[in-house]
Design a protein around this ligand. Structure first.
Ligand code: LLP
Length: 431
């Protein structure tokens, strides 16, 4: 178990969270290497080793730092980036460019140039004008780009509206209209600057049901067959995205196999029937790799009891280090780390320190009697916490510590006030 209780204290991957708070300060993101590695192992055993010609590309947007990219490299995991910033971070970490794929619905010309310059593995083309843009840049630079088309499979998935992406009315992907997609595919096949690999979809995030993935697989297979019929062209790669759900509170987290086995069965039998070699199958998990591997530690400060209404327990972070409750009404669980085995006698609302009524981290949670100075731990914050952090109210972005079996190492320093103002300029006219 990654989480344990010893001497009343919460331990995480062998480290006392109270000691971590003391050593590194709060708010603090803590990430368990053991947990991340065990997710990669599950994927190896249940996917890449079980089915040949398969690959995992970790979606860097969930948590993309140099240390994380090193971990991916060590574990033989590719990465998926969506911006020049993520790409730059990966390259600076020494990550092999050919193991990087580039997603995103509006890749900028300079991002494409930069990616081509580094020699990344492939672009996931998200719109029609993007093929032209990539082709034009390749022509100018004398390069070839490998691409997949991200299609919008037109399936609805059961998640928060902001994180579903596969329905037809979406800013992501290429709609599956005959007269839109096929001329584009023809162009890609014929272009001397483009190496057309195949199709990609991503139906949404935090999914606990495999039906939308399976529907989308069916769609992508139909189009793979159609490409063969129309152009006698063999698709080389199919990327079926990420989106595998995790446990924040009471969710029933499904195994990767729950999603991947039926998908692989459909895919394998389709190609067997067609009598052609199955393309490489790629997945792009983000949240499912890091969410439960992370916790956030805070120090409790002001406690306010509004008689007969609620008790507000404020912590020294909030929506600046975890925007998910405010943005998606995401629900989290947590505990007072230094009173981890004490009876939960109070129902309180854990709120952040930002000047926003919506800066609530956890509403109505049962905890032990809280006091200023206690350390509060929020669970499952490893994904989309640090990566979505902001400097609102000029709060510095917390440090990130990687823990493993009782050892801790700083992987992101706490932002300083000087870091926050380093790009600010007082113009001549105001001096
Ligand atoms: N591939 C593509 C093309 C994506 O757009 C995403 C996520 C992923 C992979 C990884 O999905 P995951 O396995 O992490 O579900 N900020 C939101 C999540 C946004 C997800 C956007 N795309 C949140 O905090 O819930």
């Amino acid at each position: 178990m990654i989480r344990q209780i010893k001497n009343s204290e919460l331990y995480f991957d062998g480290c006392s969270t109270v000691e971590l708070a003391k050593k590194y300060g709060t708010p603090l993101y803590v990430l368990s290497e053991t947990d991340i590695v065990s997710r990669f192992r599950e994927l190896r055993e249940g996917f890449t080793q079980k089915y040949e010609n398969t690959r995992v590309a970790y979606a860097a947007k969930a948590f993309g730092t140099m240390a994380m990219f090193r971990l991916c490299q060590r574990e033989g995991i590719c990465i998926d980036v969506v911006s020049a910033g993520e790409l730059y971070t990966a390259i600076k970490a020494g990550f092999p460019p050919e193991m990087i794929e580039f997603n995103g619905n509006n890749k900028l010309p300079y991002e494409i140039e930069m990616a081509l310059g580094y020699g990344i593995g492939r672009f996931i083309v998200d719109g029609l004008c993007e093929t032209d843009l990539i082709e034009a840049i390749c022509k100018e630079k004398g390069k070839t780009a490998s691409i997949l088309f991200r299609i919008t499979p037109g399936v609805k998935s059961d998640s928060h509206d902001y994180i579903v992406t596969g329905k037809k009315d979406s800013k992501f992907g290429i709609p599956l209209d005959e007269d839109v997609l096929y001329p584009q595919i023809k162009k890609a096949i014929e272009s001397e600057y483009i190496n057309f690999l195949g199709f990609h979809f991503h139906v949404g995030s935090q999914l606990h049901d495999n039906s939308s993935h399976l529907q989308a697989v069916e769609t992508i297979l139909e189009h793979t067959g159609e490409v063969k019929r129309r152009f006698d062209y063999d698709i080389k790669e199919l990327n079926i995205g990420g989106g595998f759900g995790v446990k924040y509170t009471n969710e029933d987290r499904k195994s990767f196999s729950y999603f991947l086995d039926p998908a692989m069965e459909m895919i394998e039998s389709y190609f067997k029937k067609l009598g052609i070699k199955r393309p490489e199958i790629v997945i792009e998990p983000g949240r499912s790799i890091v969410a439960e591997a992370g916790i956030s530690l805070y120090t409790i400060g002001s406690i306010k009891e509004i008689k007969d209404i609620r008790k507000y327990v404020s912590v020294d972070g909030g929506m600046t280090d975890n925007i998910r409750p405010a943005l998606y009404q995401a629900v989290y669980d947590g505990v007072i780390a230094n009173k981890a085995d004490q009876e939960k006698t109070e129902k309180v609302t854990i709120c952040g320190k930002c000047c926003e009524s919506g800066d609530i981290l956890i509403r109505d949670i049962d905890i032990a009697n809280p006091q200023a100075g206690d350390i509060f731990a929020v669970f499952s914050t490893g994904a989309y916490g640090y990566s979505m952090a902001s400097n609102y109210n000029k709060n510095p972005i917390p440090a990130v510590v990687l823990v493993k079996e009782g050892r801790s190492e700083l992987i992101v320093k706490r932002q300083s006030f000087d870091d926050m103002i380093q790009n600010e300029i007082i113009p001549e006219s105001l001096r």
